[in-house]
Design a protein around this ligand. Sequence first.
Ligand SMILES: [Ca+2]
Length: 244
Amino acid sequence: MCRCFSKKMLVVCFLVSATAFCGSFELRFSASIQNDANDIFPDSFVVFGSPQTLPEELGASPLFQPPAPPAGNYVQIRRARGLTDYTRDSMSYDPNEPNLLYSMTLSAFDEQAVGLSGNCVIQLENPEAIQNLPEDCLVYLRRFDSLGTFVGSYDLSDSNNHRFQWPVSEVSGVFGQLDFLVVDRCMAADLIVDDMINLYDYAAFAENWEQTGDGRVGDIFQDESVDIKDLSIIAEKWLCSCTE
Ligand SMILES: [Ca+2]
C-alpha cells in the first residue's frame, strides 16, 4: 500500500511502480467438468509473463495452451479470436504495458451428443506462483456465460478463488468465457487519466457509487459493481502518480 502524503512517501511510490514489472510469472490453470462417471477429459492453460526477451524455442508466445485431446468427452479452453478463429498460441505481453487481457472460451464435447453435465471447475494448479506476479497489480478472472453475460469476478490474490466451480447441465459447444486480467492498480484507479489519483478520480468514482452494471466508471476491480473494493483501491493509491 502506498499513500503519498509526503515527499518521502512519493519516493516509496516511485520504487513500487519502478519495480512493479521486474519479475516473471507463470500460472497454470486447469478447466474441467467433474461428474460421477469421471469420464470427462480436462484441459489446461498457462499464462506466462516475463520482462525478459522470450527464448526463440518458446515461439515468442507468452501464453501457452496444450494441444486438444483427440476424442471422447472433454473440455476445451482456448483463446477466442472471433466466432470461428481459435488459436492456442500467444498474444504479445509487453512488461512495459502492464495491462494484460486474455479472453478464452470454454467448450464442451461429448461422443453421445447429449451434452455434458456436472460441475465446471477452474483451478489454479500452482498457487505458489502467485507471489511471482507483478507487484501492485490486480490479477483476476472474469467469468461470462455462453451468451457473454457477466457472471462473476475472481480475485486471484484471494486463495479462496484459486478454485471455483459452477454447475453445468447438458452443455455442448461453447458454454462460457473466462477473461484473465493483469491490471496495474494505479492505472486502473486513474479514472480521469492525468497520472494522479486525486479528487477528479474520486468525483468520477462517487458519481457511480453503489451502481451496478456493465462498464461503469469507477468499477476499478471489474465485477460490475462500484463498491467498497473499488474505493479501497482509490484510497490505497490516493495522491500517487502512476508513472513517476
Ligand atoms: Ca468493482
